[in-house]
Design a protein around this ligand. Structure first.
Ligand SMILES: Nc1ncnc2c1ncn2[C@@H]1O[C@H](COP(=O)(O)OP(=O)(O)OP(=O)(O)O)[C@@H](O)[C@H]1O
Length: 865
């Protein structure tokens, strides 16, 4: 048993219209959350005798609420913390006290928009019961009555008439015949409450249009017991009284007459009795030996709440208006005095002993409880590690699963792209070759020796369509998975936020679980990244190899051309030399750009590759990187030729799905091959066997008829300057058609596929060369044998070469060809047999002869007469 002092709060309502109309002034106000000051408006300042009398009175309360205080604020400060006490078996009483129209009903009942303490308390009570209903069984009963003119009426069942007050065997006052309705939910309680309020006596008075003419008492009894039965069990009984008193009134103010006046007299009598009780209780048992509760029914009913076993909260109400000064002062006086009331409180616990026959039920229930607890213990890792919520586990496992699926789809998607790229490459090569058939006069079978025949290609097309469809399906899956992942991510973020409000020990454990998940995630990412990188490297190598073959073709052509020019002592046109100079400068700029690119990104690439590919040998890595960089240089130079205007001079490069094609150049271009052009990588070429070789490479054997040629991927072209020239169409001058010992081959239509497949190349004569091509060609140029030459034709030496050999070359040409040779044509005709210094070059003397044995099936040659 403990002693408890009743709590008193004071609420000052806002001034109403009537008070303003009457010209009332504010006399009462709160100074802080405890202090209320009231100013006596009746004291005359001119009254000398009372000049020193203080007009201001101060009252201290547990809580003081001003006009701005909301219902929630009042509830939270006064009643909220008592809700738990009710559930654990204490009696709690809250009553609103004050003169009529001061705001008691507003505080207790409130309005639909701002519910009062009765509603808020019941809401909270049911909410808390719901939270613990797994362990405790609750039963709630409710009764609602009014004391009107000293008569008790049941508000929940008004038909019961006037009810009597009696005392039970324990000496406690009870209302005989008062209905107690069992409530199971908040909604039901609210229904009962509003039903009761409808029955309450309310009449308008001059002081309050909605004046309650009775004291309303809501009694809620909560009985609780543990769900687990025992041989003996405790039942906690908490009792809540919520009382909305009728207001004290002065007849002069209310202007009540007749029935209303009688009501007022009853109200005042009961309130007077209440005031006396409060005075007596506040004075303490030392001074007052007897407290008279019997003077009114109100005090008899509230006997236990005021002076017995109950935690009591009084909320006093006043109007701030000067017109209500007297009432306000009295209320403040009573309320302040109530703070001194002390009550002895104890828990209402009823011990119940079950009968032996009920033991079986008790044992069953206890067993169930043990099983439940054991299950809970199982889920706890140890006493230090609290149980991880099941949802978090599910969330993390779902998260990881979706990430795995997403990564796996990414891998498949990349593999799909690589396959599609290869197929597209083969198909486009085939298509290109087919197209070239129409543009040349060569036999289609002879011109195109593709890796695949038409049947294979249609198969490839079907496969490509399937791959594309698959790719789209995978994209759809990816989108769906990403959506799901985003939802899970959001849930994880929310969970992490909620974690902050959990106990520290629990937070630590959850962090541990989350870290484990992140580690798993990292491991998965690392594995997949490595796999992705290696696949990307395969793709990258394919592309690089393709570009390398193109650059290799260009170099080989250039070198071949330089040999031919040297052998024939052909001068390079001046206009071409200027262009060449331009190209050199541009190339230098490009090289510098490439170098700076490498400096900028090289190290990052290296680190990334080292990290992901799991390289252990640094030297090997370095070597791979330097090779990759060189390859990149080639790629970039090849691709950037377009931007510096090379296409007009050099074979034009076009890319399609990683392939580069060299179109047909029309003039000779000397190109300086420096060490920045790397040697071909045998690895890259061997890796990309499936990719068709560029057409320009295919054309090479035709350039030196009779000489069998194969471009070797191992050739090093560094430090050579070559004249790069690929004739668009090689034609033979009509005049020499039959006698010239030269093969004229359409470079464009000659395929290198046979080289790759190992088939022999068929060289055919351009049987019907066009008139335009005929004019553009320089016929019967004799190539000097390149003996002891390093294959370098310096740029500035081309002019000298031109002057030096002009006479010689002219003399070598037949008269009919001299006109055509005078530098007007940009194409170069390649003779089947070359003549050095006027002598025929024998087969097998070409420096390329030893490279490959390429036997033309059919070659059209013509001997120069
Ligand atoms: N804090 C407040 N904020 C706004 N309006 C209020 C406040 N307190 C009271 N009122 C208004 O003042 C009027 C009188 O209030 P209420 O009926 O609650 O007084 P009462 O003390 O219960 O009077 P009675 O004793 O005659 O029943 C009502 O219209 C009510 O809406």
């Amino acid at each position: 048993m403990t002693y408890c002092t009743s709590e008193v709060a004071l609420r000052v309502r806002p001034m109403n219209h009537e008070e303003f109309k009457m010209g009332a002034k504010v006399t009462a106000r709160t100074v802080d959350s405890n202090l209320v000051v009231i100013l006596d408006p009746t004291v005359d300042p001119d009254d000398i005798l009372r000049a020193n009398r203080s007009r201001e009175k101060q009252y201290i309360f547990d809580y003081a609420f001003d006009q701005m205080a909301t219902q929630d604020e009042v509830y939270e400060a006064t009643m909220k913390r008592f809700v738990c006490d009710i559930l654990s078996g204490f009696n709690v009483t809250v009553f609103a006290y004050g003169p009529t129209g001061a705001g008691k009903t507003y505080t207790m009942l409130g309005t639909p928009n701002s519910p009062g303490i009765m509603v808020l308390t019941l809401n909270d009570l049911f909410f808390k019961m719901k939270a613990t209903e797994n362990d405790v069984i609750y039963s709630v009963t409710m009764s609602y009555m009014e004391i009107y003119n000293e008569m008790i009426r049941d508000l929940l069942d008004p038909k019961r008439g006037i009810l009597e007050l009696r005392e039970d065997v324990n000496g406690e006052t009870v209302v005989a015949g008062l209905s107690e309705i069992e409530a199971t939910s908040t909604v039901q309680v609210m229904d009962l409450l509003s039903k009761g309020n409808m029955c309450r006596t309310c009449e308008p008075t001059a002081a309050n249009k909605t004046s309650s003419r009775s004291h309303a008492i809501l009694k809620v009894v909560v009985r609780s017991r543990s769900r687990v039965m025992d041989v003996s069990q405790d039942i906690h009984i908490g009792c809540l009284f919520m009382v909305d008193l009728a207001g004290s009134e002065r007849a002069s103010v209310t202007k009540n007459r007749g029935k209303r006046m009688v009501e007022g007299a009853h109200i005042n009598r009961s309130l007077l009795a209440l005031g006396n009780v409060i005075n007596a209780l506040a004075a303490g048992h030392d001074k007052v030996s007897y407290v008279n509760f019997r003077d009114s029914k109100l005090t008899r009913i509230l006997k236990d709440s005021l002076g017995g076993n109950a935690k009591t909260v009084m909320i006093a109400h006043i109007s701030p208006a000067s017109t209500s000064f007297e009432e306000s002062r009295n209320t403040l006086k009573y309320a302040a005095r109530s703070r001194n009331i002390k009550t002895k409180i104890h828990q209402n616990v009823l011990e119940v002993h079950y009968h032996v026959l009920q033991y079986n039920d008790i044992i069953t229930q206890l067993k169930y409880k043990i099983a439940t607890l054991q299950d809970k213990v199982k889920h706890c890792h140890c006493s230090r590690k609290p149980m991880v919520p099941h949802e978090l586990k599910m969330l993390l496992s779902d998260h990881l699963e979706i990430q795995q699926s997403l990564s796996s789809i990414n891998l498949h998607s990349l593999q799909n792209t690589i396959d599609a790229m290869k197929l597209s490459s083969v198909i486009s090569e085939y298509d290109f070759s087919i197209t070239s058939v129409g543009r040349t006069s060569l036999d289609a079978d002879a011109k195109f020796h593709c890796l695949c025949d038409g049947k294979d290609i249609s198969q490839a097309r079907v496969e490509l369509a399937t791959l594309n469809k698959k790719g789209m399906e995978m994209e759809g899956c990816k989108r769906e998975l990403k959506k799901q992942l985003a939802v899970l991510d959001a849930q994880l973020v929310k969970f992490k936020e909620n974690m902050k409000s959990m106990p520290v020990q629990y937070q630590q454990h959850l962090q541990y679980v989350l870290t484990g998940h992140h580690l798993q995630h990292l491991k998965l990412n690392h594995e997949l990244d490595t796999e992705l990188l290696s696949m990307k490297q395969v793709m990258y190598n394919d592309v690089i190899a393709e570009l390398q073959r193109h650059s290799s073709s260009a170099f080989q052509l250039a070198e071949r051309q330089s040999l031919l020019l040297k052998e024939n002592n052909i001068s390079v046109p001046e206009e071409l030399c200027d262009k060449l100079q331009d190209l050199k400068i541009k190339k230098k700029v490009l090289d510098q750009q490439m170098e700076s690119n490498h400096q900028r990104f090289g190290s990052d690439e290296k680190t990334a590759l080292m990290r992901h590919s799991g390289y252990t040998d640094l030297t090997e890595t370095e070597r791979d990187f330097s090779r990759a960089r060189s390859n990149l240089s080639v790629c970039d130079v090849a691709l950037k030729t377009e931007s510096i205007g090379l296409p007009s001079i050099l074979p034009q490069s076009t890319t399609s799905l990683g392939r580069t094609r060299w179109a047909d150049p029309e003039i000779q271009v000397p190109v300086e091959i420096t060490s920045s052009f790397p040697a071909l990588s045998p690895v890259n070429l061997s890796n990309s066997k499936s990719l068709p070789l560029p057409r320009s490479v295919h054309s090479l054997p035709a350039l030196i008829p009779g000489n069998q040629l194969h471009p070797s991927p191992h050739d090093d072209f560094s430090n050579k300057t070559v004249l790069l020239s690929v004739p668009r169409v090689l034609t033979k001058q009509k005049n020499n058609e039959k006698n010239d010992d030269t093969t004229f081959v359409d470079v464009e239509s000659t395929s290198m596929s046979s080289l790759s497949t190992g088939k022999s190349q068929t060289l055919t004569k351009a049987s019907k060369p066009s008139a335009q091509n005929y004019k553009r060609g320089i016929q019967n140029q004799h190539c000097a044998k390149l003996k002891g030459s390093k294959g370098v034709i310096p740029h500035d030496s081309t002019k000298q070469l031109k002057v030096k050999n002009a006479q010689k070359r002219t003399s070598l040409l037949p008269a009919s060809h001299q006109r055509a040779r005078l530098g007007q044509s940009k194409s170069v005709l390649v003779p089947h047999k070359v003549v050095a210094d006027g002598k025929k070059l024998q087969h097998g003397t070409s420096p390329y002869r030893s490279l490959v044995s390429l036997k033309p099936k059919k070659s059209v040659t013509s001997q120069r007469k």
